[in-house]
Design a protein. Sequence first.
Length: 420
Amino acid sequence: MSARGSAGLAVRALRKVTGSDTQETERSALGHVVQALGEMKGAAMKLGQALSMEVDALPPELRQIVARLQSEAPPIDSEEIAAIIEDELGAPPERLFAEFDPKPLAAASLGQVHAARLEDGREVVLKVQYPGIAEALESDFSNLSVVARAAGFTSKLLDGRDYVEELRREISLETDYFLEAERARAFHALLTSEPDLLAPEPIPERSTSRVLCLTRVRGQTLQRFLDSNPDASARWRVSEQLIRAVHGPFFSAARIHADPHPGNFLVTEDERLALLDFGCVKSFRPDFVEAIRVFMRSEVRGERYDPLAGVRAAGFQVDIDEAAARSLLAETVEIATRPLRTDCYDYAQDTSVPDMRALGLRRTGDFLRIRPPAEAVMLGRAVGGCAQNLRALGARGDFRSVYARLLERRGPPASQEARS
């Protein structure tokens, strides 16, 4: 990847000297990087997917190139896919299904998805895991752990080993399709009370630990929905659905879908929002959820709240004096909760992500001394990704009321199996 990117940058530099147009060269260089990340799969491709959600990181035309990693990465050979299916299910796909399309619907970071039809007529998708991907992930995170360990020896402030281990554990679980089937079934049940939200159902008789069969949902990904230039009412509808799909299960069942890139959401023709890909679902301690609920409820209601006591209740370690901690938390809360403090918030004008980055750069030392519990990493991934999607949708409306309704939801605590 470095060689491809460096070659493109060298040509770009030469054209600058000669005064030539560099836009096409820039697109070509980024295209090489996207191709490389897609071919590498696993953690590298997940990094590319995260980059595609960064609204401010790239110009729109270049962000569209990177967005290919959300569902259109280079696929692996169809014969290899067929061989995996036969190894896992005991027969080739043409004998297992009434129809099977060897051309993938989508190529994701850990596996690719193929359309099929069961003998009873139901449309399904088959998610087939790439060969060797579990070992590749373990290798990637082993290397990252070495870096984190070395940083920890340098300074306690830079010790990120707990967070790397949390990421390694949660992302490695994505290679267990039996577990993903259980999570899909749980989300399908959770969303039955939401008529405009849905999740596919697993088909156990056509699933294994490396092959997952699910009922098919048809629709546009969030990115394609945006490319269709929807009107303001459609943007609001999808934004409200997105918040309920991501945040709702957190407050009602202490779990969250923690892989919120735009390729994991479909907008259907009947104006529902479908949630896809349940490999990365994080469950939380009930007391952690309650600490977040108390904080957000106080912001929605405009009540007094002590953020320092709140982060400690949620399990944060605070290693700076109270005055500095309160000052930093006050600035953080002001940026993070803007949609909760008004009856009409415009996400098209939202600057919370760059503002939070600027605060982080300005007060890096203080941030490093307020350390969240490891389980908060996946919550941050989910909430941050949801916020980026909301910024891309650019809707304007009463988001405070949406969150207020969610905060009243309560359900049974997450099961021990889910927490593990």
